[in-house]
Design a protein around this ligand. Structure first.
Ligand code: UDP
Length: 239
């Protein structure tokens, strides 16, 4: 079998990735497609943690008139809805999963317990981390970086609608150039839209590579795992 470049990964999906064309709510055909991509990883023998955002339902910043903390808790609850949808899609195709939430809701899912999460991963269960970090003023990008550090993931797989990081929006500018490699500092200094700055800094401090790739191309996840240079890799050195 081809050699795996990464043994344990953290997959970050934005909430919008589950929404399909409409951009809102959950499209179960899309969720099933994502589930099949994740299954490919599991079948390769990769241990998979996943963090899913909530932007297809609610983001804290949508609540402009609201108390920010309350709006952020609504966002965290939105990620739980998405996590359960992803769990269902994965289990429908025979992938074992556990959802762990950063805010306790024991009737719905396990609370986040790091050692338990590690054990699930060792048993090849996909662990979906829900409710963000459990704290307002953070994002699910930061959650992915934090949990990746905690579970000692070898890399963060950042699935996007575009196939990597560009110097400007490729949907708007035909001459946009894709970066193959970037350093964390370049991402921060150039203000590139990879992850937010808190998440990028956390990855930098803990030396966790971020691989940005497009989820639309079939087999892309597999290519990343086998070390093919698709998308953009953000790590310590850019050259
Ligand atoms: N959120 C939060 N703390 C966290 C993670 C998320 O308060 O640790 C809230 C925040 O309001 C955020 C929302 O949950 O806007 C949904 O997450 P995010 O915007 O990261 O989702 P995505 O853009 O990836 O779909």
């Amino acid at each position: 079998m081809d050699k795996l470049k990464y043994k344990r990964v953290m997959l970050k999906l934005s909430g919008e990735a589950l929404a399909g064309e409409g951009g809102y709510g959950i499209d179960f055909d899309v969720a099933t497609k994502i589930a099949y991509e994740i299954k490919e990883l599991v079948d390769l023998g990769v241990e998979v943690g996943a963090v899913v955002g909530g932007g297809n339902i609610w983001r804290g910043r949508n609540g402009k008139e609201m108390d920010r903390t309350t709006a952020d808790y609504m966002g965290m609850l939105a990620t739980c809805i998405n996590a359960l949808a992803l769990q269902d899609s994965l289990e429908n195709i025979g992938v074992m999963t556990r959802v762990q939430t950063a805010i306790e809701m024991k009737e719905v899912a396990e609370p986040y317990i790091r050692r338990r999460a590690m054990r699930h991963l060792e048993k090849n269960r996909v662990v979906i981390f829900a409710a963000g970090t459990g704290n307002p003023y953070f994002s699910t990008d930061t959650t992915a970086a934090l949990r990746a550090a905690e579970i000692e993931a070898d890399a963060i797989l950042l699935a996007k609608k575009v196939d990597g990081v560009y110097d400007k929006d490729p949907h708007k500018y035909a001459d946009a150039v894709k970066f193959e490699k970037l350093s964390y500092i370049e991402v921060l200094e150039k203000g590139l839209q990879v992850m937010d700055s808190t998440a990028t800094s956390l990855c930098m401090d803990n030396d966790i590579p971020i691989i940005v790739f497009g989820l639309d191309e079939p087999n892309n996840i597999k290519k990343v795992m086998l070390g093919e240079n698709i998308g953009t890799i953000v790590s310590k050195i850019s050259k």
